[in-house]
Write a protein that binds this ligand. Structure first.
Ligand code: FAD
Ligand code: FES
Length: 351
């Protein structure tokens, strides 16, 4: 019986793939832009064909959850593959994974207007250096377009050559240097993209990026004091924010707490110390959770959240930018709200 059902299911899938046609369908984006397509493929595919770069890290396999869009009508029922990424309250609003929505009829979608600005960016590898035993610093020179605009804190997606896979990497450089993108990439053992970057990427290689993306960026219309908290590669977007503030003459008070295990895990230290020497309203506070005797460490020790709790002044006229592993972000939010920062003034990227 099971074998018959399985055979029937396979026949239906194959028949849908090769025999069913949906004819011409219209995809209306943000109630203004319209794509006319031959139905049968996914929203994500049609977006890519039309150079609309919705973030996606898994090549459309419904395993990354990045490709969320709001479907106003015509998207059909949500699939079980989507449910894990879309909480109940978002399902009511029509949030869907673009890679799982097959276009079978006219469909009406809303995507963030920023995504319409995201581009394919061809770059050449200009420099690769080691920052720590498992973190590399990559400088990419833009070829086409020759420069881009981005907000400090945003990220790009790196296309792994010869695959349809992308991974997100925060831009570590200043937006004023629009012809260069710098990345800080940690090796995830067995990880596809980080291993490629660490083991195979070479000087002068040509790479395709898409972007810029992300809601984690410096709010420049605010005059609140700034608390930054970073760990590991969370340094990347915060460095971009700090470089931008430096270029603007550091108009706001900034405290940057950076957590590492031992001295070997610290990087960009000289650059940050110099920033501190040049701007009296910037304070860099690295902290080691497991300093080694040979570190001769006389700075802060403990988990970064404990250090923030000890040193950060109380006050509601502050906003915070956090980037690092999810447990660090979750614990930091608790400390920051206890100190008086409102949650709407806490911005973060977890990775
Ligand atoms: C907005 C955003 C910005 C990011 N910026 C950066 C950045 O600046 N620098 C950077 O190095 N990374 C960054 N990342 C993470 C990056 O996108 C990749 O997830 C990471 O490099 C792993 O990809 P991979 O292909 O090597 O591993 P995959 O092949 O995707 O994963 C291999 C295995 O490792 C696990 N895994 C994936 N990521 C991690 C992790 N971080 N820690 C432990 N295990 C993991 C997976 O669950 C899987 O089992 C960012 C992620 C996001 C969402
Ligand atoms: S592209 Fe990864 S879930 Fe849709």
């Amino acid at each position: 019986m099971n074998a018959i059902l399985l055979a029937l299911a396979i026949v239906l899938v194959v028949a849908e793939k090769f025999l069913v046609t949906y004819g011409e369908c219209k995809i209306t984006i943000n109630k203004e832009k319209m794509l006319t397509v031959n139905g049968g493929n996914t929203l994500l595919n049609y977006f890519a064909e039309n150079k609309i770069f919705v973030p996606s890290a898994c090549g459309g396999k419904a395993t990354c959850g990045y490709c969320k869009v709001e479907v106003l009508s015509g998207g059909g029922r949500i699939l079980p593959t989507e449910e894990v990424f879309i909480p109940r309250q978002d399902r009511i609003k029509g949030i869907r994974l673009a890679c799982q929505v097959k276009v079978k009829n006219d469909i009406d979608v809303l995507i963030s207007p920023d995504l319409l600005e995201a581009k394919e960016i061809k770059v050449t590898v200009f420099k690769i250096t080691d920052l720590t035993s498992d973190i590399k610093y990559i400088i990419l020179k833009l070829d086409d377009p020759p420069s881009i605009k981005f907000k400090p804190g945003q990220y790009v997606q790196f296309k792994i050559p010869e695959t349809d896979e992308f991974r997100a990497y925060s831009i570590a450089s200043s937006p004023l240097q629009g012809n260069i993108i710098e990345l800080v990439v940690r090796l995830v053992p067995g990880g596809m993209c980080s291993t490629y970057i660490h083991e195979a990427l070479d000087l002068y290689d040509q790479i395709t990026l898409t972007g810029p993306f992300g809601e984690f960026y410096l709010r420049e219309d605010s005059d609140r004091d700034i608390i930054c908290i970073g760990g590991g590669c969370g340094m990347a977007p915060i460095r971009s924010i700090l470089l931008h503030l430096k270029e603007k003459n550091m108009p706001r008070k900034v405290m940057y707490f950076f957590g590492a295990r031992s001295k070997l895990d610290l990087f960009f230290t000289e650059e940050l110390n110099e920033l501190e020497r040049n701007f009296s309203n910037f304070k860099y506070i690295p902290a080691l959770s497991e300093p080694k005797p040979q570190d001769n460490w006389i700075g802060e020790t403990g988990l970064i959240t404990q250090v923030v709790e000890r040193i950060m002044p109380e006050g509601s006229n502050q906003e915070a930018y956090l980037c690092g592993p999810p447990p660090m972000i979750d614990a930091s939010i608790k400390v920051l709200t206890k100190k008086g920062i409102r949650e709407i003034h806490i911005y973060y990227d977890k990775f």
